[in-house]
Design a protein around this ligand. Sequence first.
Ligand SMILES: Nc1ncnc2c1ncn2[C@@H]1O[C@H](COP(=O)(O)OP(=O)(O)OP(=O)(O)O)[C@@H](O)[C@H]1O
Ligand SMILES: [Mg+2]
Length: 386
Amino acid sequence: MKQGFRPKAATIMVVDDDVESARLLECALLPLNFNVIKAHTGRDALALLEKAMPDLILLDVLMPDLNGFEICSMVKEKVDQTDYDFIPVIMVTALSSRRDKIKGLEAGADDFISKPMDLAELLAKVKSLLRIKYLHKSLQEGYEELKRLERVKDLLTQMIVHDLKNPLTAIMGCLELLDMRLGESLPPEERFSPHNILHITHRMLRLINNLLDITKMEEGKLGLDYVNIEIDRLFQEIEEMFSSDAQRRSIRIVQEIEDVPVFQADRGLLVRILENLVSNAIKSITSRRAGLITLKAGTDAEGRQVVISVTDNGCGIPERYQDKIFDKFEQVKMRKKGERFDTGLGLTFCKLAIETHKGEIFVRSREGEGSEFVFTLPLAGNSQAV
Ligand SMILES: Nc1ncnc2c1ncn2[C@@H]1O[C@H](COP(=O)(O)OP(=O)(O)OP(=O)(O)O)[C@@H](O)[C@H]1O
Ligand SMILES: [Mg+2]
């Protein structure tokens, strides 16, 4: 028998209006060292339930105030609504009809024993249900412990990821200095090194920030810092951010801005949404033909939303993946293994950040031709504070 399972310490509640029958059951159970408590009415039974917290109930069906089916339903309901452990109920009944058994099962009974009682059978059923109760309890405790450990692990990961930011930004600062001071004086092939390392550290920082903010947004803990957004300035900043990377890969970035009024959004998040989308677009352009990325902005027909899109003429996304790419860690397994260390979090971040703004994101794409990621942000009434 498993450690911790002590059926003899269990408390059994006998519910029977017939004092003699209850006494008979008590006499059968006491020699096995069970604690026995008795109730002779339904109401007594319910009152005792809270006081004594029995491990199992032997319940007579026919009683004057509440019948066994009613008591059984009430006990099971109580267990469901509170953090009581599972309380098995055996219905002791003179009724042997199929209909009553079904009624008993519907009320939540775990087993039946017919009158006149076979005591050996009754004791075997009691022990078996107590064993199930113990297993149920250990499973529940195991599950609670797993949940607790999962929370601790999440917290720890979150702290480690957060702490990675400081050394990384320090490295980036040094590299920027090195790139500025030495850049001009180095031959082109050596100049590429600090610049390249800088580019990689930027990507690492983007991944760390995505990871940190996804968790915050999932927990609803990321507050938005609404400010006025001028779309042309925003696009300019994004274009500058990627200009050297795009140049190196012979990719042109162009802007198409229709009449977009100043609107309110969290600028930091908006920059990072576009940063993720443009970085994906750049990664998608691997063919030799001239790469083109278009940043577009306009409003919808009713003038209620800003519509922003990032279009590329890269590899495109097969239709079967188009829904999945917004899920955490989903990556289209089209690229050769080991080509890059992406996490598949970029679009999850974009989706959550856009939805936090009460907007939407979707993709239109054709394999081999390119993709267009479109997102909307509400124009009116979207600001909490400006
Ligand atoms: N513009 C695009 N063209 C083609 N495929 C794309 C494009 N954008 C996203 N994808 C596909 O969707 C997948 C998920 O994109 P997502 O930005 O979430 O992750 P990632 O870029 O792989 O990693 P991370 O953004 O975390 O560095 C990518 O791996 C890629 O296969
Ligand atoms: Mg990405």
